[in-house]
Design a protein around this ligand. Structure first.
Ligand code: SF4
Length: 110
């Protein structure tokens, strides 16, 4: 019979392993997103695509197809965890975009 107070018991090792398997991907994703530098609106690609941290500030004359309810948080290209303010985007590898931002690459999230 195993001793439940023994941290090296087989059950204890299995519990720790299961907990590590569940929490590690979440912690890694959170850490990766937090470590990404924020995309600058002055980045050449960001400028070309009209990226703004705030979708309400998009130049309507340059981007007439932009709609006020479009933002990074509801774009198909956003990555990371919902609710996080700065998140990775497939269009800007290695940078984080603001959840309220927008660029001309916006695609409706399915
Ligand atoms: Fe935001 Fe989508 Fe543009 Fe990325 S592609 S910056 S998530 S609107």
């Amino acid at each position: 019979m195993s001793d439940p107070t023994n941290p090296l018991s087989r059950r204890g090792v299995l519990k720790f392993g299961a907990l590590a398997l569940i929490t590690t991907p979440v912690l890694l994703r959170t850490a990766q997103a937090a470590e990404l530098p924020q995309l600058s609106e002055d980045d050449p690609t960001a400028k070309a695509l009209g990226y703004k941290h705030d979708t309400t500030l998009v130049d309507a004359a340059k981007f007439p197809n932009h709609k006020a309810d479009q933002n990074c948080a509801n774009c198909k290209l956003i990555q990371g965890e919902a609710g996080v303010v700065w998140r990775p985007c497939l269009l800007f590898p290695g940078k984080a975009v603001h959840k309220d931002g927008w660029c001309a690459g916006w695609i409706k999230m399915a």
